[in-house]
Design a protein around this ligand. Structure first.
Ligand code: AMP
Length: 412
């Protein structure tokens, strides 16, 4: 069966068509600037690549264009949309309602809508993607795969915040965690790769990209994760500040600064502070130059003190989470690095593991040069340290296939 994987943003629609017979990617693409001037589609199928610039007023038009190019005589890979067995959609927030992926029906759509306040930027866009595909592929099953679902096994002591309990009971204020599809894929794949069962194993997954999160996984189930009610909590990220004293929000709201460091002269709203914490902070805010880890490394190696500080803060933060998750689980057997930084940045991996010999983790400098699936720990390291490239699309496609063929996901 061919499965179409869709990730819809507020002005974008990313897609990948996968032949599940062999799990082969047939084509992928991105529709950008939906509803904005300059909209276009970028598409590739194997070595063939094309770009179409045209007006794309809404998600339905984007979905139509995606189907058109997938059936194109030159750049397409299917003759008819009937070849698409089902569509799997990435959905950011499933709240507490979803512990696993689901076939989309009216109740599921309402539950996604109910989560709009929890994922105000992403969930409405994700639902637009679902509804657009429903319209242009009538009768094709649609599946929703939630970024939060894998983390739903966390115990209350890990997901509760210490604010009055009624906020969780009445308003669902709690830790949810994100990147769940990646954490789930990587936690399964590392065990497959090592030829071991997840049962009895304590794994720490470091998903380090533009957005970063760690998770503690025991017996294949998530015990804790670093992101919270929103993806702002946890590590220092590309443009997000990560965890800080909540009183910082009030202090900055009352004493805001312009980009040049001069006082604004009046207070700003909590929303404005959070926008700054989401978009102007992290590696970008500390370095003052870039949110991209490659630029930060480059600047730091040339002696830029703020880039070096940003790098140090990121590494220190990862170490602290690894230490706390090892303590929470009573040990750690496997540490995995994944996503853009985790897969590619050998120096950062080495610096994170450096000094963790006391808990049995030691890196092998030669093995650590990899960008592929590999064990990178020394032969005498008690903790196995690995690189496992993430693959959220395949996880979404597998859940979609499972739900439409057997009615349940094979391994949640
Ligand atoms: P992601 O959000 O997973 O796409 O990851 C984006 C981050 O990964 C950025 O900070 C990049 O600097 C980093 N990254 C991506 N590719 C590389 C690479 N080849 N070497 C080092 N860092 C990389």
């Amino acid at each position: 069966m061919k499965i179409l994987v869709v990730n819809a943003g507020s002005s974008s629609l990313k897609y990948q068509l996968i032949d599940m017979d062999g799990e082969k990617e047939l084509a992928k693409g991105l529709v950008e600037r939906i509803g904005i001037e300059g909209s276009k589609l970028k598409h590739s199928a194997g070595d063939k690549k094309t770009e179409i610039a045209q007006e794309i007023p809404d998600h339905e038009a984007a979905a139509q264009l995606m189907l058109k190019i997938l059936q194109d005589p030159e750049f397409g890979v299917i003759k008819s949309t009937d070849e698409i067995g089902a569509v799997g959609h990435r959905v950011l927030h499933g709240g507490s309602a979803f512990t696993a992926s689901v076939i989309v029906n009216d109740a599921a759509k309402q539950a996604i809508r109910d989560c709009f306040p929890l994922g105000p930027l992403h969930n409405p866009a994700n639902l637009m993607g679902i509804e657009a595909c429903e319209k242009v592929m009538k009768g094709t099953p649609q599946v929703a795969v939630f970024d939060t679902a894998f983390h739903q096994t966390m115990p209350p002591k890990a997901y509760m915040y210490g604010v009055p309990k009624m906020y969780e009971e009445k308003l669902h204020v709690r830790r949810y965690g994100f990147h769940g599809t990646s954490h789930r894929y990587v936690s399964r794949r590392v065990c497959e790769f090592l030829g071991i069962s997840p049962i009895g194993k304590k794994i720490i997954i470091c998903h380090l990209g533009n957005g970063s999160s760690l998770s503690a996984v025991m017996d294949g189930k998530c015990q804790d994760t670093s992101m919270g009610l929103t993806p702002l909590e946890g590590l220092l990220m590309g443009t997000r500040c990560g965890s800080c004293d909540p009183a910082v929000v009030q202090f900055i709201a009352n004493n805001p600064l312009n980009d040049d460091g001069t006082p604004v002269g009046h207070s700003i709203s909590v929303d404005e502070v959070l926008t700054m914490m989401n978009k102007k902070s992290g590696l970008l805010g500390i370095s003052g130059k870039s949110s991209d880890c490659r630029d930060i490394d480059d600047l730091a190696s040339k002696g830029d003190p703020n880039a070096k500080l940003a790098q140090d803060m990121l590494i220190y933060g990862i170490k602290k989470y690894i230490g706390s998750y090892a303590a929470a689980m009573g040990g750690v057997d496997i540490i995995v690095f994944t996503a853009g930084i985790g897969e590619n940045n050998a120096d950062l991996r080495a610096q994170v593991i450096d000094g963790l010999e006391f808990m049995g983790a030691k890196i092998d400098t030669e093995k650590n040069k990899t960008r592929k699936e590999a064990v990178i720990s020394a032969d005498d390291s008690k903790v196995t340290v690995c690189v496992i490239p993430t693959n959220e699309e395949i996880m979404i496609a597998r859940d979609t296939l499972d739900l439409v063929t057997t009615g349940k996901v094979r391994d949640n």
